[in-house]
Ligand binder design. Structure first.
Ligand code: ASP
Ligand code: MG
Length: 419
């Protein structure tokens, strides 16, 4: 069996849905195919904005109507019937969302209501896809991934209960795949008391990999608006190259350093079962794409990765003693408590520096926690550049014209933090 994952860009308009259906029909087959779909276009961002308004007790009606109109309009272009069950279902989901937003107060746990709210994006898109494919004579069952991907209550970054999820998926999904296609939502999970969780932004790739793992899929495909796995983001580099074949290991590392092509958690479950992952273009489905698998290459084109909105923090000791393991322990504890991830770190005699994603609120809480013990300096609006498998030419290319605040290199990886 196969898994196809379609991201927001592949379901952003009626035309994209038609293109998706064409790919499913020509590349997927009539059964043994599970489709994982993200929210349409920029819906997740729109839902985050609505949630922000509701949480701060501001009016959200106008933006709510706009989001509703966007979805209903596309549905109507796909299925031009007023009374269709798809329309009723979508209206009902929007009513539930409205009720959810209306009930939010500033006393709520923000991350918890985030998951209950922002999850609607995938409920909308998967419903539309289910009904549209049915109209296209593609037999499929809509499965609620919240009932299968079971997680803890680590809201917005929920941890998967693998054993339990696997049991539930294996219990029900194979029989449905015998009959036809299965359509389900990316990004979402559920708790044992029926609450919704999410797996982290851009987490739909990970959802697809969870299903692939639990179902022992033969392959997984991610359909994107690029030709495959590229060595750099074409938005920043005009001369990208595609890796026709690349190892799980290389891909995991690229994702870790911030390549936005695949969600970092996606690879492990696939690698554990040696399930090949294909990254293909939904614009050019005949193109070769990339195959990520258990392979090894001696020479591979340098990969350029840029992480934006970085913050460089340095912790100095106050009394001219050296930075000790005890000091580091204190800093790491605070980072872990506040769930701040380190993207790069370096220590010197009297100070310790880390580069992290900039999050104003967390940064201030970190400073509050540690300011009695350390002198803390920070810079924001920085970029972290990583070159994997660097050579002299790629290094000069990356440092050219930059004001470098920190530099680090290992045998395979070169990194700078700069403005
Ligand atoms: N819709 C979610 C997001 O935009 C999940 C995903 O697209 O993978 O983050
Ligand atoms: Mg998305």
């Amino acid at each position: 069996m196969k898994i196809f994952k379609f991201g927001g860009a592949s379901v952003k308009s009626a035309e994209s849905f038609r293109n998706l259906a064409h790919i499913v029909k020509t590349k997927g087959g009539e059964r043994q195919l599970l489709l994982v779909v993200s929210a349409m276009g920029k819906t997740t961002n729109a839902l985050e904005a609505l949630l922000g308004q509701a949480y701060h007790q501001q009016h959200f009606d106008a933006d709510f109507q706009q989001l509703k109109h966007y979805h209903l309009q596309i549905l109507y272009e796909l299925i031009p019937q007023q009374e269709h069950p798809a329309t009723q279902r979508l209206e009902q989901l929007f009513e539930l969302l409205y009720t959810q937003l209306s009930g939010i107060t500033q006393n709520d746990n923000f991350d918890k209501v985030y998951d209950q709210t922002v999850s609607f994006g995938e409920l909308f898109s998967s419903s539309i896809l289910h009904y549209f494919l049915t109209e296209q004579d593609v037999y499929n069952t809509l499965v609620d991934s919240r009932k299968y991907i079971q997680t803890d209550t680590n809201w917005r970054e929920a941890k998967v209960d693998w054993a339990w999820s696997e049991r539930l998926i294996r219990r029900d999904v194979p029989a449905l795949l015998q009959e036809g296609l299965v359509v389900t939502q990316g990004f979402l999970g559920g708790t044992n008391n029926g609450l919704t969780t999410t797996l982290g932004r851009e987490g739909s790739d990970f959802s697809a990999a969870i299903f692939a793992y639990c179902l022992d899929a033969g392959s997984m495909y991610i359909w994107k608006d690029v030709d495959g796995l590229l060595n750099a983001d074409p938005k920043h580099f005009p001369d990208t190259v595609r890796y026709p074949e690349i190892s799980y290991q290389e891909t995991v590392e690229m994702a870790y350093y911030g390549a936005s092509v695949i969600h970092p958690k996606t690879i492990k479950p696939l690698a554990n079962k040696r399930i090949p992952l294909y990254v293909k273009s939904f614009i050019n489905p005949e193109g070769e794409g990339s195959r990520i698998c258990d392979c090894r290459f001696e020479v591979i084109a340098p990969a350029y990765i840029i992480k934006e909105k970085q913050c460089l923090l340095s912790f100095g000791v106050k009394d001219f003693t050296f930075i000790s393991e005890k000091n580091l322990g204190t800093i790491f504890n605070a980072l872990s408590e506040l769930r701040i991830k380190i993207n790069l770190m370096q220590n010197s005699a009297i100070s310790f520096s880390i580069c992290t994603d900039y999050n104003e609120d967390r940064l201030h809480r970190l400073i509050q926690t540690l300011q009695d013990q350390f002198v803390i300096h920070y810079n924001t609006d920085l970029k972290l550049y990583t070159v994997k498998n660097y050579d002299a030419a790629s290094i000069s290319r990356i440092i050219e014209g930059k004001q470098i605040l920190l530099e680090q290199r290992t045998r395979t990886t070169f990194q700078i933090v700069s403005r």
